[in-house]
Design a protein around this ligand. Sequence first.
Ligand code: M6R
Length: 606
Amino acid sequence: MCGIIGYTGHLDALTVLLRGLEQLEYRGYDSAGIAMLSGEGEDRLLIKKAGPVATLKDACEELEVRSHCGIGHTRWATHGGVNDTNAHPHIAGKVTLIHNGIIENYHNLIEKFGFRGSLVSETDTEVAARLLDYYYHGDPYEAIRKTIREITGSYAFCIMFEDIHDKIFCVRNVSPMVAAHMEDGSFVASDVTALIPYTKRYFVIPEYQIVTLAGDSVSVQDLKGDPVTPEMLEVNWNVEAAQKNGFPHFMLKEIHEQPEALRNTIMPRLENGLPDFSEDGIPDAVFSGCDKIAIVACGTAMYAGMVGKALIEPILKIPVSVNIASEFRYESPLVDEKTLVLVISQSGETIDTLAALRLSKECGAKVLSVVNVKGSTIARESDHVFYTHAGPEIAVASTKAYMVQLASLYLIGCRMSMARGKFTEAQARDFISRLTSSISAVQKILDNKKRIKEAAAVVAKAQDAFFVGRGLDYAFSLEGALKLKEISYIHAEAYAAGELKHGTIALIEEKTPVIALATQDHIYGKTISNIREVRARGAFVILITKTGAEIPEDICDIHFAVPVPHDRFTVFPVAVILQLLAYYTSDLKGLNVDKPRNLAKSVTVE
Ligand code: M6R
């Protein structure tokens, strides 16, 4: 949700900022802007444009001014429409500012400080710029301290003062921001993807501490002015991982990276064929000491949680709930000291998920998070972290992160079943061997993807699509529907196959695509009957079964088989089929696959 970048040093700031904004554009692409300090005695330079970073880049083409200090922003609009004026940076008096987050009390601040009538934009951010300027009398730290005392909400601010020519000041609450210093200068960004071309060593800016970026140093101080030494982190992937590497879209590249991501997530956690989390520092007591599990997440991560529940609950025989984070936090959840809260998040920054985590801890629960981004807020605030190793996920539509979230839940489920005496060692070994074999099934789907494109050609013509399945298949279909709707803009719904006839079947017309998942043996016959019901009403049926399943005559138009013999593990290849179906549908419709409308990658607003 909004990408921010700042640089000061001996490199050309414009080049660094535009490159950084391109890397961060997946965080928001409603508008983009930069501001640079062009040297002693000269004016600030401000260019901001509605539209993607490419539009800003075009506007900067003729620029002759060279600067070594500047800030840049790519926006996902919250307060105020998408236009040049509402784009960041915002200038007020001596202050130039960019912001990621939401200032909740900006209306009150406008009244309290008499800003009404003098603001030029409709944004909450401009109010923060005005407030900083109001408090600024030559001491940036005093102005920042006084400003954040007045503000409620979430923020990551990068601030330049007109009379301080080579420095950038940063402060944050909740919204993420990282910083780094190296020979070339000092950098700040919303996430490490923008820093990777320059360095792998960085630190997460601690909340409520003020970071000063100068050409030759980065320093951190707390609100009392005492120096702070931040904890340095190191990225374990390289710059190629954040590039398309010959693929037309990040999403397609990331779909193809799934076998490797699965290997990286599963293999280092196996010891003698059994799951072993000693390197993660997760003791078995976490698994044996609870009497229920509450999974909390948003979007795709929550749908991974739905699969986790359908897998784990029948084995452990304890209640497992799956909770939408944005609801959980306001609904007095049934969470106590005996609850294991499993938080799932790719970015580790989703604000609703973070708030749910904090609430769970207040209730005394132990929190184990499954997170992809090292050092993210959710990772830092959890009692235990299980890192997925997907590498950077750039496409807004989550694919490889979902895949490794699933793998993590399978590993956790297995270890927990052992710790609670539900799996013998032999059963656990068998489970793990089936899990690792699923990786080759994923690869086989990727190697034979051409037919999925043919199916997509039919789906691309539709206005609505339905995904149906029972049991685990229903859990898989939820993610299939989300993937299709978010990147193809086709209305898609997932239904428990037996539920369709209680209303939704009224929407089935001649040629309505129904993607039917029937990979679970014990309910295969029931699902087939439900498929007949839609077939009889003219649906175009794309059927997914296990290899070798008996397919009744004329039950479907297109059939895909997944080469996984055991029902519990079909999700891995099924997920790839559904991801590719969504990908090709979007691409055939000529849409922006990696940056679908209205969305952003990391949702750091409520
Ligand atoms: O970073 P998170 O996993 O916490 O993000 C949660 C959702 O915003 C995310 O999964 C979203 O639904 C995906 N972009 C959908 O593909």
